[in-house]
Design a protein around this ligand. Structure first.
Ligand SMILES: [Zn+2]
Length: 178
């Protein structure tokens, strides 16, 4: 056995010996299935309803500020409605200052969605060119926004999604996300 081989062998032995001590606490197969099911239920609805309960409001501005997210209003030009920016511990939502109040509120809710749903990325920058033809993250943020803004409301029987959305100040272009 060469010296290199010997070292490799001893290293792998060390790895084996430092094995898992947590095995005893591992859930049984049936529990694993239940846990998986539970983590699946922790969907957008759960995230939104927890947020609304904790903050006692569904106002995206209030929630964002309470969470320590800075909100700024700037002229973002013709294609960008809002931006969510995260760098280290600083989180920032920039909203286009020329939008209607209705749109500004929706954009804030959408960007808050990025903060809540897409936090896994340590440095995350999204420029919003895609509200109307959204990719996965944009779609999720739109869904989050619609759920947040309608979270104190319930559809009456026979009511259309347009009616619920309109009643809750959601821009008509976003009604499809209800
Ligand atoms: Zn977005």
């Amino acid at each position: 056995m060469s010296e290199v081989e010997a070292r490799a062998k001893s290293e792998s032995k060390t790895d084996n010996e430092s094995g898992n001590r947590e095995k005893k606490n591992k859930p049984k197969p049936a529990d694993t299935a239940a846990l998986l099911k539970m983590s699946r239920v922790m969907t957008m609805e759960e995230i939104v309803s927890k947020l609304v309960k904790r903050h006692k409001t569904n106002c995206p501005f209030t929630i964002a500020r309470t969470l320590g997210i800075h909100i700024q209003f700037h002229d973002l030009g013709t294609n960008t409605r809002g931006v969510y920016y995260r760098k280290l511990r600083r989180r920032l939502i920039v909203i286009h200052n020329q939008l209607s109040a209705e749109w500004q509120r929706f954009v804030c809710a959408h960007e808050l969605g990025h903060d809540r749903l897409h936090r896994g990325m340590s440095r995350f920058f999204l420029e919003e060119h895609s509200y109307f033809n959204p990719g996965k993250f944009e779609r999720q943020a739109n869904l989050f926004a619609v759920k947040l803004l309608t979270s104190f409301d319930e559809a009456q029987s026979g009511e259309t999604s347009e009616q619920i959305c309109a009643r809750n100040g959601i821009p008509v272009e976003m009604h499809q996300f209800y």
